[in-house]
Design a protein around this ligand. Structure first.
Ligand code: NAP
Length: 276
């Protein structure tokens, strides 16, 4: 088993994830895994970074596929005995002009952004080594979507006692409500992406709380963040930040020094804690 520290970035064959891998290759003292659901897109991305003189490693990972997540889990356990840095970056967004029915957009978006990210956490958080860092890439869209929720939902999403099961129930209810076209009546905002990212931000708050309760002595720091508005296939060429600039806050959180006791359980953008 290797004693080398190890970092994993999900959805890193392009966009912000790719830039996070680039930055970690330069700054993280250990092995950095670029992961992709499609191995050929992943290998191409690795080759691009190799041309820059960097040495990322590759592992397949489709966060929609539990088998794929578990294969990575088993690999990390066997080769490294755990994991030091996990960046949950993989995500999807339908384009504004996409005419796919809203209920389908809700189901597909929540499947990857919330349920996929949660499955990765369920399988990989138990592997986190002491002083490990977990970064869940959410979005400011989660804050604005929160503002668009009914008072009752806002209270639940801001609660310091909401459980993961309760959050899963709420995310499932959103998808069901869109199918019945009652989501607005039920207090939800009209954004599947925004709700999926509420899920990611609230999940992070819950996971940080659980770490405090169950593994306080391990000093693991877990946060959610927004990378900003970044020029990628998702956000388009008009966005204000380059992918490398978008990587800055996630990388800052992934590389917090071992003597830092925070941030933990926070939502940040531009390396600054935002209120939730
Ligand atoms: P992007 O360029 O579209 O890249 C998304 C990455 O996620 C791709 O590598 C994609 O792989 C991967 N992915 C999607 N579904 C996956 C799955 N099931 N399993 C594994 N990988 C999967 O988007 P981006 O702008 O870099 O976004 C990265 C993260 O930042 C997302 O979570 C996004 O919501 C968030 N974010 C972005 C912005 C922005 O302005 N760009 C703003 C706020 C938050 P494929 O190539 O195979 O599709």
């Amino acid at each position: 088993m290797s004693n080398v520290p190890v970092a994993v970035v999900t959805g890193s064959n392009k966009g912000i994830g790719f830039a996070i891998v680039r930055a970690l290759c330069k700054q993280f003292q250990g092995d950095v895994y670029l992961t992709a659901r499609d191995p050929s897109r992943g290998q191409e991305a690795v080759a691009k970074l190799q041309e820059e003189g960097l040495r990322p490693l590759f592992h397949q990972l489709d966060i929609d596929d539990l088998q794929s997540i578990r294969a990575l889990r088993d690999f990390l356990k066997q080769k490294y005995g755990g994991l030091n840095v996990l960046v949950n970056n993989a995500g999807i967004a339908f384009k504004v002009r996409d005419t796919t029915p809203f209920a389908i957009q809700a189901e597909v978006t929540l499947k990857t952004n919330f349920f996929g990210t949660r499955n990765v956490c369920t399988e990989l958080l138990p592997l986190m080594k002491p002083y490990g860092k977990v970064v869940n890439v959410s979005s400011m869209a989660s804050s604005s979507a929160l503002g668009g929720c009914s008072q009752e939902l806002q209270q639940k999403f801001r609660s310091d006692t909401i459980t993961e099961d309760e959050l899963v129930e709420l995310m499932t209810k959103f998808v069901e409500d869109t199918k019945k076209s009652v989501h607005e009546k039920e207090g939800w905002p009209n954004t599947a992406y925004g709700v999926s990212k509420i899920g990611v931000t609230v999940l992070s708050r819950i996971q940080a709380r659980m770490l405090n309760e169950k593994r306080k002595g391990d000093h693991i720091l877990l946060n959610a963040c927004c990378p900003g508005w970044v020029r990628t296939d998702m956000a388009g060429p008009q966005a204000t930040k380059s992918p490398d600039e978008g990587a800055e806050t996630p990388v800052y959180l992934a590389l917090l020094p071992s003597d830092a006791d925070g941030p933990h359980g926070q939502f940040l953008s531009n390396k600054t804690i935002r209120s939730w």
